[in-house]
Design a binder for this molecule. Sequence first.
Ligand SMILES: Cc1cc2nc3c(=O)[nH]c(=O)nc-3n(C[C@H](O)[C@H](O)[C@H](O)COP(=O)(O)O)c2cc1C
Length: 352
Amino acid sequence: MNDIYKILVRPLFFRMNAEKAHEVASSLLSCIEKFPVLRKAIETFINTPTQTTNVFGINFPNKIGLAAGFDKDGHFPGICSSFGFGHMEIGTVTPKPQPGNPKPRLFRLVKQESIINRMGFNNQGAESMCRRVQRSYPKGNRIAPLGINIGKAKTTPIKETLNDYLSCIETLDEVADYFTINISSPNTPGLRDLHKREFLDPLLKGIDVKVSELSRENNKEKTPCLLKVSPDETFNSLEEILDIAIKNNVRGIVATNTTTSRPKNIIMNESGGLSGKIIEEKSLKIIKFLHKQSNGNLPIIGVGGIKDVDSAKRKLDAGASLVQIYSGFVYEGPLLVKKIVKGLKKREQWMT
Ligand SMILES: Cc1cc2nc3c(=O)[nH]c(=O)nc-3n(C[C@H](O)[C@H](O)[C@H](O)COP(=O)(O)O)c2cc1C
């Protein structure tokens, strides 16, 4: 079945330019999303094994999640859970709709099984996402938890950034199982400056106050907030970020986003964030460092270059509690999730 994707489906998609292919795939998935019977049929057909794990107080049916950016507006989390994903992170969403950067802004590096993107948080805004998720993937009727990745608008000055994150949290708290505070996408001017103490400390403090307030008002647990970091930070900077995150009750780190650096074998001269197989080592180093530095006390979601059982296992061995995939899903197809979950389960059984 995986071969059918590689032999028949992928060549069709790869004949289109990368963004067009993503639009076509998203339309198909959004269409299936509207038919719960089809979703159920796909779930039964794929039949991904369960390997339940509890991380930051949430039960996940397995350790493999969909990374942010694939479903920016929450059009198809249900069908992704039918494909076997143990969680889906939708977004990045901003308070109001914004168009993102001019096209072309998405490029495949097929030989290196990698992608360059400079999408720039194109999205339909938090209110529209909230209504959509309430309709198609409501709380209480989920196979897999739903994370919401939130960011700042392109035009918001860095000093007013907190308001954007608070606005997203206020609008989406009722539908989110967890939030990821995205400070690491390279395509929004100034966003990565939020890694600096002078901005990060007040930002995370403000967010913690808001989720505490919402928890009291609605008589429920605080929605866990995670922080998504860049692979381009130094270890010194990451040490400081960990400190600030722990102090402000951040419940986990998503490591990592895309890189702006370019290994020697990348000849494509496009700006933006690089993802896929080529960033595996870079994100692995960061995960190992964060795990060691936090004494394993802060859960890590490992992202970057996962494309098979081995690469997922390397992330888990480096200290990640969960992992996420974006580029690998594009190159390997929807059966990749089951393949990894099955493979990991088998290896765990051998160990015991
Ligand atoms: C086209 C594209 C769009 C992305 N958009 C977002 C985004 O909106 N927010 C975010 O936090 N990460 C975004 N990412 C980064 C991914 O979530 C992930 O961190 C990164 O691609 C590394 O994982 P991978 O090697 O499995 O692709 C995007 C990645 C790609 C390829």
